[in-house]
Design a protein around this ligand. Structure first.
Ligand code: ZN
Length: 128
């Protein structure tokens, strides 16, 4: 296979994944925790767990691995995984996990923007 063949193969795989995500109602293809936007690196995440709620988000494989690790430390499920309190509790634990993962991304963007300002970028811009 040539480099062009590999590129065409990956483009076709990306098109398939985009269709899969859009069929599930996801039209913005970026990880919810980091700036990863290559659809090949994204996957579905069930914030409350598959057994509790059908809602999905898109996350990259790295953030999914971190989230899965946190999820394995969460309390074991109640007898009824669709119990309203169980679902809300799972969502809250999930959001806490995402915010934890997101913290390093937010710090990175914050540091980046402040360094741009220190170099004089943005002096001609305003919020009004
Ligand atoms: Zn990510």
């Amino acid at each position: 296979m040539t480099d062009l063949d590999y590129d065409l193969h990956c483009d076709a795989e990306r098109a398939k994944k985009r269709q899969k995500f859009e069929a599930a109602g996801h039209f913005v293809h970026v990880c919810v925790c980091c700036p990863q936007d290559d659809v090949l690196c994204l996957t579905f995440e069930h914030p409350a767990g598959k057994n509790s709620d059908d809602t999905t988000l898109l996350v990259c494989m790295n953030c999914k691995a971190l989230r899965d690790c946190l999820q394995r430390a969460e309390p074991s499920p109640s007898p009824n995984p669709r119990n309203v309190f169980e679902v809300i509790g799972r969502w809250l634990l999930s959001m806490a996990g995402y915010f934890g993962i997101l913290m390093s991304t937010l710090r990175g963007f914050g540091d980046f923007l402040i360094n741009l300002a220190k170099d004089g970028y943005g002096d001609d811009l305003s919020f009004v």
